[in-house]
Design a protein around this ligand. Structure first.
Ligand SMILES: Nc1nc2c(c(=O)[nH]1)N[C@H]1C(S)=C(S)[C@@H](COP(=O)(O)OP(=O)(O)OC[C@H]3O[C@@H](n4cnc5c(=O)[nH]c(N)nc54)[C@H](O)[C@@H]3O)O[C@H]1N2
Ligand SMILES: Nc1nc2c(c(=O)[nH]1)N[C@H]1C(S)=C(S)[C@@H](COP(=O)(O)OP(=O)(O)OC[C@H]3O[C@@H](n4cnc5c(=O)[nH]c(N)nc54)[C@H](O)[C@@H]3O)O[C@H]1N2
Ligand SMILES: [Mo]
Length: 770
């Protein structure tokens, strides 16, 4: 559809980190943000160098050991050679293997959970494509539920307040904060690096401007986080830095002060909530002899008791909004801070008020704090999955290592599937999963690992069959998100790299070989699919009497404005205004401070009301420091780590780890030294940055550096590039949600004295002779 030969003309495209226009100048792609974006993300500048980078995958490749010995467990995954193969031959081979697994073991032996963010377009969305393919062509797959983002909150919130989206997406908006909020108490902050991003795309980054406007009106921001950078300067925040993972103790100390000083809203607790009396017995120590006082909290979280009490008095005045970043629940007992913050907001009696109460995860992503669109956006149907079995997404390695083993999830006792074939398109488990040495063992157990990728990630390097796919810039698509008012024509800006093909084209050819082409493609070309998907939104616009351009007009004008639903606070405001007429969708219809349902599951790691539960993993003499492995500010996850903006922030090619001068001095570490970060699970290198902006006792190393083992033949090789997931622990948040706990772990660091190993992560494998 789009002719990329007409190079100098700027064309619109979209990404998870913003809408932009691209054009070519002297053989180089130039990327300029959408003119209406008030605060565009620098992540856009990863595109130009990434497009033709040597880390891209040029041709289909098959692992030599798999080709020679056939499917089966193999510990050589990740260190074997690859053989190049033509598309027809490799797709014949793969179709035969898919048919073998389906016929011998059934589709329940295929893991197609394929978690990952892939790219922003509504049609070429790799996860949707792979799910649709497996459903239509082999009858289904073992899926994964929930996300690495919100593993614990997505399960606990419906028990206590309402669906995830109602508590974080359709609730308090930035507009309400600007107009109404007096105090924002932000656990984990609201870092602008994070709200740069929204899956599906974001056309206007409003967070910085909203915080500046709110502050100008008088809003006070209070940051509770180990890192000062978790709120921008514009917020003018006061900074409290508790010990990571102890926020629940701090929240309990606040709650105790409210309760003992009579600052809690007893009318709200009685009318809108259930279970406050049970919780209060715990809070006051009537249940266990330990009052959860400010003094008690201070000893755990490291914030002085006087400051906790003073903070409690402050949040009890005026309109207070409590937010909890996703990071707090990506940790052991991650359900607890999500629940306890809701209880704190309930005690303040502010849930449901404009700009007040509790908006889980506001500022963690650009989806939140926005108005919903009043019309549906295009979506590709994934078909029907014939397999009922699933895992909570972060239990992937557990499942592969323990076929048939029982596990708990949200009140159910389930058994892991026996997986033979794993199919990944649009995600990078060597980015997102914890304890990567354990993940390598898990991937060694399967018969076949298939990966579609744009570039040679560690996941691609561990695959048996690697299929090169186009990146977003190389195809036409439609960009839209349910919280963004701009729907954009994503125009192709470059020809495919090497022999790369669209995920859709690959799956269409495979489905033909499996006799399911009609079901998968419905007879449409990619362009016909775009027209088809667009129609749903166009018809909805027309029905509302709004301008409803034809597809060709949309494609010519490159954007359509979508109407917004009212900024009405959603079901939580409706409940506040009329609790009998609009009960919450919880079992009691009210805020559940005590949940009979959760209590009934009998989990000691997630009892019937929020509680301070000592984590299993604590610093000790050998691992005295805490690692914060948070989201990177120079990229989205591992995506385009080889792009210009990401590369420019590295030092001597490594990721940068930040630490406090006190901890650096104690170890003789100076700015720019290469560090070895280690614990019993693994070790990696990073460059040291020494700053007061990190709490003492904490080392921060963002995720995103591609896993780069010095010697992949070792069982716990050194990652020379700085991927923190060699250190993190692969354990669920609790038996309730089994969410990812990758944000925090314990470790020690030292100056690395050896010869600095080269970075090999971006060097493509040299094809072997057949
Ligand atoms: N320690 C620790 N670990 C974490 C976290 C943490 O806080 N700490 N955070 C977690 C969170 S919240 C998340 S969401 C996950 C993110 O984990 P992922 O979503 O898996 O990470 P991405 O790097 O976005 O992976 C997307 C992959 O898709 C590829 N891709 C892009 N476009 C296409 C395409 O068109 N087709 C195909 N086939 N592939 C494409 C990219 O090259 C990339 O490799 O990480 C989690 N991991
Ligand atoms: N630039 C960029 N933006 C992103 C992403 C990205 O990869 N890059 N990923 C996106 C995705 S998928 C998601 S889910 C969101 C994730 O959103 P979050 O999970 O909220 O993001 P993080 O950066 O991991 O964590 C936010 C901050 O929480 C702080 N923190 C960590 N542990 C604790 C703790 O125990 N207590 C307190 N009080 N604070 C703590 C850390 O200092 C950290 O900077 O971000 C999104 N935004
Ligand atoms: Mo996420």
């Amino acid at each position: 559809m789009t002719d990329t030969r007409d190079d100098a003309i700027p064309r619109t495209h979209s990404s998870h980190w913003g809408v932009f226009r691209g054009h070519w100048e002297s053989g180089r792609l130039v990327v300029a943000p959408h003119p209406a974006d008030p605060d565009p993300s620098p992540l856009l500048q990863n595109f130009p160098d990434a497009l033709r980078h040597r880390a891209r995958i040029a041709r289909p490749m098959v692992r030599r050991g798999w080709l020679e010995r056939g499917p089966g467990p193999d510990s050589r995954r990740g260190r074997d050679e690859f053989v190049e193969m033509g598309w027809d031959e490799v797709l014949d081979l793969l179709a035969r293997e898919l048919a073998r697994v389906r016929d011998e073991h059934g589709p329940g032996a295929v893991f197609g959970g394929s978690y990952g963010w892939s790219s922003a377009g509504r049609f070429h969305h790799a996860q949707s494509q792979v799910h649709r393919f497996l459903n239509t062509s082999i009858g289904g797959y073992v899926r994964s539920v929930n996300s690495y983002s919100a593993g614990a909150s997505a399960v606990i919130l419906p028990h206590i307040l309402g669906p995830f989206d109602a508590v974080c997406r359709r609730h308090v908006t930035w507009k309400q904060v600007v107009a109404h909020t007096d105090t924002v108490l932000a656990f984990g902050g609201m870092a602008l690096k994070n709200s740069a991003v929204a899956s599906g795309g974001v056309s206007a980054h409003v967070e910085r401007g909203s915080m500046a406007q709110a502050r100008a009106r008088g809003t006070r921001f209070i940051l509770v986080s180990p890192l000062r950078s978790d709120l921008p300067e514009e917020a003018g925040a006061e900074w409290l830095a508790p010990v990571p993972g102890t926020d629940v103790a701090l929240m309990l100390g606040l709650a105790h002060t409210l309760a003992t000083e009579g600052l809690h809203d007893t009318d709200f607790l009685a009318r809108f909530c259930v279970g406050y009396p049970q919780f209060e017995r715990y809070l006051l120590g009537q249940a266990d002899g330990q009052p959860k006082s400010a003094e008690w909290a201070a000893a755990i979280c490291g914030i002085k008791a006087g400051r906790i009490a003073e903070l409690a008095r402050r949040i009890a005045r005026g309109r207070t909004l409590i937010t909890v970043a996703q990071s707090l629940q990506r940790a052991e007992h991650g359900e607890q801070p999500v629940w306890m913050a809701a209880v704190l907001a309930a005690m303040l009696g502010q849930i449901g008020l404009p700009g007040g109460g509790y908006n889980y995860a506001l500022g963690s992503l650009a989806h939140y704090g926005k108005q919903q669109n009043a019309v549906p956006i295009p979506t590709l149907s994934q078909g029907t999955n014939g397999v009922a079995n699933f895992i909570p997404v972060a239990r992937i390695a557990d499942m592969l290592l323990n076929p048939g083993a029982p596990f708990d999830y949200n009140g159910r006792r389930m058994n892991y599937a026996d997986i033979r074939l794993v199919y990944w398109a649009g995600g990078n488990p060597f980015h997102h999963h914890q304890d990567l040495n354990r993940l390598r063992e898990a991937f060694a157990r399967v018969d076949t690992l298939v990966v579609h990728e744009i570039a040679w990630t560690a996941t691609a390097r561990h695959a048996d069959i690697v299929l090169p796919c186009t990146m977003t810039l190389e195809r036409d698509d439609i960009g839209a998100a349910a919280t963004d008012p701009l729907m954009v024509a994503m125009k192709k800006l470059a020809e495919p790299f090497g022999e790369a093909r669209d995920d859709y084209a690959i799956f269409a050819d495979l489905s033909r070989r499996l006799g399911a082409e009609a079901a998968f493609t419905e007879g449409r070309t990619a362009e016909e699919w775009l027209r088809h998907l667009y129609e749903r939104t166009r018809a909805a616009l027309e029905e509302k009497g709004l301008p409803a351009p034809s597809f060709d007009e949309f494609w010519r004008d490159e954007e359509v404005h979508l109407p917004s639903a009212p900024d009405d606070g959603g079901i939580i405001r409706a409940f506040r205004e009329d609790p009998e007429g609009h009960p919450l969708p919880t079992p009691s219809g009210k805020v559940e401070i005590f949940s009979e349902t959760v209590a009934g599951f009998g989990y000691d790691d997630c009892p019937g009301h929020p509680a301070w539960l000592e984590p299993v993993e604590r610093p000790d003499a050998r691992h005295p420091l805490r690692l914060v492995a948070n989201q990177p500010h120079t990229k989205l996850h591992s995506q385009l780590d080889f792009g210009g903006y990401s590369a420019a922030s590295k030092r001597r090619g490594r990721e940068v780890a930040r630490m406090n001068p006190v901890d650096a001095a104690a170890r003789g570490i100076a700015e720019g030294d290469i560090l070895r970060l280690f614990n019993d699970r693994g070790a990696c290198l990073a460059s040291a940055s020494i700053t007061e902006d990190v709490r003492p006792g904490v080392v921060q190393l963002p995720t995103g550096a591609w896993y780069d083992p010095a010697d992949p033949a070792e069982s716990k090789p050194l990652c020379v590039h700085g991927n923190p997931n060699v250190l993190t622990r692969d354990a669920g948040t609790s038996r309730l949600a089994q969410g990812c706990t990758g944000q925090l772990t314990v470790l020690e660091v030292e100056r690395f004295e050896g010869n600095l190993p080269p970075i090999a992560a971006f060097e493509p494998p040299v094809p072997a002779r057949r």
